[in-house]
Design a binder for this molecule. Structure first.
Ligand SMILES: Nc1nc2c(c(=O)[nH]1)N[C@H]1C(S)=C(S)[C@@H](COP(=O)(O)OP(=O)(O)OC[C@H]3O[C@@H](n4cnc5c(=O)[nH]c(N)nc54)[C@H](O)[C@@H]3O)O[C@H]1N2
Ligand SMILES: Nc1nc2c(c(=O)[nH]1)N[C@H]1C(S)=C(S)[C@@H](COP(=O)(O)OP(=O)(O)OC[C@H]3O[C@@H](n4cnc5c(=O)[nH]c(N)nc54)[C@H](O)[C@@H]3O)O[C@H]1N2
Ligand code: SF4
Ligand SMILES: [Mo]
Length: 696
């Protein structure tokens, strides 16, 4: 055995999982000879409890993947031909700066940033990038693709994204797991739910799919997609007629009770059951449990808000714990997101003041297909402004994840569109770029993270050197600013030079988060009350839980939650009689990890789950290839009759890369760009299709 130099000693570095997942785990990377050999859960971080999900356990495999992008690439053939030539950073950045500067001279709003939560880090996700685009005066992006309906609804009701502490679910007597496949997408919450179950709690899953989580709950209410508001109103009806109410809580801490009462009384369980495709007795039983098994907690997740009425559904469900006073106990109440607790210094990181007097238009990321295809106008009845001439994509893979892919692809395929994609891999979006810039992974850069599923703050230290010539997002924007300075002196300012580690130091309110503690142990807990709304203290304008929203009323909208039917149901168009939802695959994270072989082996191949009767009507047997289609497009995949689909509903799992699909498409070939009732979000799970056997 040869002697090791100090650098060759295995070392362990504390980091944070960057993914868009409510768990925000603390992880430890073991490094040997400059390579990450293992990524494991940090046992010292209570929420992580030493456990990572299967996906991120493969993070070393992902980071050292043989197909990692290691040099800047410049397109050398027609768009989408896959022909790229390696170029130096200097050449790439000079050319990109010149192209963007030329567009900006005409109208900077023709430039659009496109990013989401490929990393949730404040530094690599929303700092130098925003400074850069603010200085440029580029179009703003409304980042709606995941959670905006639910977030808006929660904020209207509670005044922000606040909720129960996740660890207190372990003490609940009843847990409603509503629109969440927790085992797949919120594993560390599930550990607390399991603990509660061991202590005798009852677990009830509310989900159109018989998910892995539904399998483990005592009761599964398999309602039709997009009918949750009707269910919540039916529950309220029962709470009211039996007087299972906390009148003191209602009187002191809520707004609009009399109005909500009148609305809920329009929803006897029979009516709600008819809408939801459930039995009235199931709704009665749920209401009885909810009133009598206290403390009662609701783990709501974003799966519930991806239909036309998703915002109203979240508002209706969010009212429930105020009716029964469940909030009085720390193990009662609701958790959708608690991200408003994070003391992030966003204005400091993003510097919107760099816009000066300019007020650029905002483009909704959920309708990127339509936006890219818009010819542009400045003066129409609905002014769109200039045609989009350049897009800079980072932390996102819109060609795979955005709805109505045919239009998204057509948009990104425009020969006259200048597209820069910063990525780890050659994704479907990178395939259509003019420049592809290699980005570092979480193992290679600094970052700092809040969470939307717990109330700790985490620091991520780099464990290994950047692979190849990869650079962090923040560094790429710093370097691009330096090249832009040749065209516009404002980019020479020192706020375009702040290093990543310094941005981490400045990202959080220092009076709330001790950075030295983060440096030493990687995580720090926020000091917060045990039960957020035990004594009211909602962050709404009225200080109350707003059943009737003063904000909605001021906008001339219905101030109360209501049931809004889906845009598309299996009944709305005879040609497309099946409702399709497309929830996450357990071993992928949106479209990330699809290219990690060990995880793809577990998922197998693109598939839909079909009810055996729907399959029989179409002559489809287990494992057959099928064509799922509607007026927007067609997606070929395998069908499974595994018992997880309800009759009339198809489950298209996961966001496969299009190029790995059977006919080069994925499930978003079928989804549409109509928006949710609140927050301008996408309605991915509000989609009607037909299925037919594919004749080979
Ligand atoms: N393994 C894995 N984990 C993930 C992700 C992933 O892709 N894979 N994605 C991450 C992201 S981006 C997010 S936003 C979060 C949360 O993402 P969510 O979308 O909340 O993810 P899930 O918890 O899988 O839950 C969605 C569940 O809602 C159900 N559902 C669909 N339509 C309806 C409906 O109308 N009503 C009700 N009640 N339920 C419905 C689906 O069947 C599914 O079981 O998860 C994150 N975690
Ligand atoms: N049909 C259907 N569509 C959906 C959903 C659904 O349930 N059904 N879910 C929706 C939801 S909830 C969400 S959140 C969106 C998610 O959509 P996206 O935010 O686009 O998420 P990902 O598909 O994971 O793509 C993230 C990309 O960022 C890259 N990335 C990661 N870290 C970095 C980094 O540090 N730098 C750079 N430059 N790149 C990085 C990854 O390699 C990956 O390709 O998809 C939505 N689309
Ligand atoms: S994806 Fe979620 S569960 Fe998996 S390691 Fe990251 S934070 Fe933890
Ligand atoms: Mo998401």
């Amino acid at each position: 055995m040869h002697a090791q130099t100090p650098q060759q000693q295995p070392s362990q570095v504390i980091g944070a999982c960057p993914h868009d997942c409510p768990d925000t785990c603390s992880f430890i990377t073991t490094v040997e000879e400059g390579r990450a050999v293992r990524v494991q859960g940090n046992p010292a971080h209570a929420h992580t409890g030493g456990v990572l999900c299967a996906k991120v356990s493969k993070y070393a495999e992902r980071s050292h993947h043989p197909e990692r992008l290691l040099t800047p690439l410049k397109r050398s053939g027609p768009k989408g031909s896959g022909c790229f030539t390696p170029v130096s950073w200097d050449e790439a950045l000079s050319d990109i700066a010149a192209r963007l500067a030329a567009i900006a001279r005409k109208n900077p709003q023709a430039i659009l940033p496109y990013s989401y939560a490929g990393t949730m880090g404040l530094v690599q996700g929303e700092s130098m990038d925003r400074r850069f685009f603010h200085q440029l005066g580029a179009s703003l992006l409304d980042r709606t693709i995941c959670s905006s309906a639910g977030s808006t609804a929660l904020s209207l009701t509670y005044g922000g994204k606040f909720g129960m502490h996740v660890q207190h679910f372990a003490e609940s007597r009843l847990i409603l797991i509503w629109g969440s496949n927790s085992i797949g997408s919120n594993l560390h919450f599930w550990r607390h739910a399991q603990e509660a179950k061991r202590q005798g709690a009852k677990l009830i899953c509310i989900d159109p799919r018989k998910s892995e989580t539904a399998d483990k709950c005592h009761v599964h209410l398999q309602l039709l997609p997009g009918t949750d508001a009707a269910l919540a109103l039916g529950l309220m009806h029962e709470l009211i007629v039996h007087d299972w109410l906390d009148h003191d809580y209602l009187q002191h801490y809520t707004l609009g009770w009399e109005q909500l009462r009148a609305r809920a009384l329009e929803w006897p369980p029979e009516r709600a059951a008819g809408v939801c495709g459930l039995e009235a007795a199931q709704i009665r039983a749920l209401a009885h449990d909810y009133a009598h098994m206290q403390p009662a907690a609701i783990r709501l997740n974003y799966g519930v808000q991806r239909t036309r009425g998703g915002g109203n559904a979240v508002r209706a469900i969010a009212c429930l714990p105020a009716l029964t006073g469940a909030w009085r106990h720390r193990a009662g109440g609701l958790l959708l997101s608690c991200s408003s607790h994070v003391p992030a210094q966003r204005a400091h990181l993003q510097m919107p003041e760099l816009l000066g007097q300019r007020r650029p238009r905002t483009i909704n990321m959920s309708t990127i297909g339509d936006a890219l295809l818009h010819a542009g106008n400045a003066h129409g009845p609905e002014p769109f402004g200039p045609r989009i001439e350049a897009v800079v994509v980072y932390n996102s893979n819109p060609v795979a994840v955005a709805p109505e892919s045919a239009k998204v692809v057509q948009g990104f395929a425009r020969e006259d569109l200048f597209t820069v994609v910063m990525e780890h891999f050659m994704t479907d979006t990178a395939d259509l770029a003019d420049y592809v810039l290699p980005a570092t992974t979480q193992l290679e850069h600094w970052d700092i993270h809040g969470s939307y599923g717990h109330t700790d703050v985490l620091l991520n230290r780099p464990a290994i050197a950047p692979q190849g010539q990869a650079r962090s997002n923040a560094r790429i924007f710093r370097d691009l600013a330096a090249h832009m300075a040749a065209h516009n002196g404002a980019f020479a300012a020192t706020h375009f030079q702040t290093p990543d580690e310094q941005l981490c130091r400045e990202a959080m309110d220092a009076s709330r988060v001790d950075f030295e503690l983060l440096l030493s142990q990687g995580h720090a807990s926020l000091d917060l009350p045990e039960a957020p709304f035990a004594q009211g203290e909602f962050a709404t304008p009225s200080g109350r839980c707003e059943f009737a929203s003063s904000v909605l009323a001021a906008q001339g909208q219905d101030p109360l939650p209501d049931y809004l039917p889906n845009y598309e149901t299996g009944a709305s168009d005879a040609r497309y009689p099946l409702a399709m939802i497309s929830p996450p695959a357990r071993n992928f994270l949106n479209s990330s990890f699809v290219n990690v072989q060990s995880l793809r082996n577990i998922e197998g191949r693109p598939l839909i789950e079909l009810h055996p009767e729907d399959a029989a009507e179409r002559g489809v047997s287990e494992g057959d290839l099928v064509r799922v289609f509607n007026q927007r497009g067609s997606y070929e995949c395998a069908a499974t009759l595994n018992g997880r689909a309800r009759k009339g509903v198809v489950n298209g799992l996961g966001i496969w890369w299009r190029k790995m699909g059977h006919n080069g498409t994925n499930v978003n070939e079928l989804t549409h760009q109509q928006l949710t009732d609140m927050g301008n979000g996408p309605s991915f799970y509000d989609c009607a299709v037909q299925v037919e056997a594919l004749v080979a």
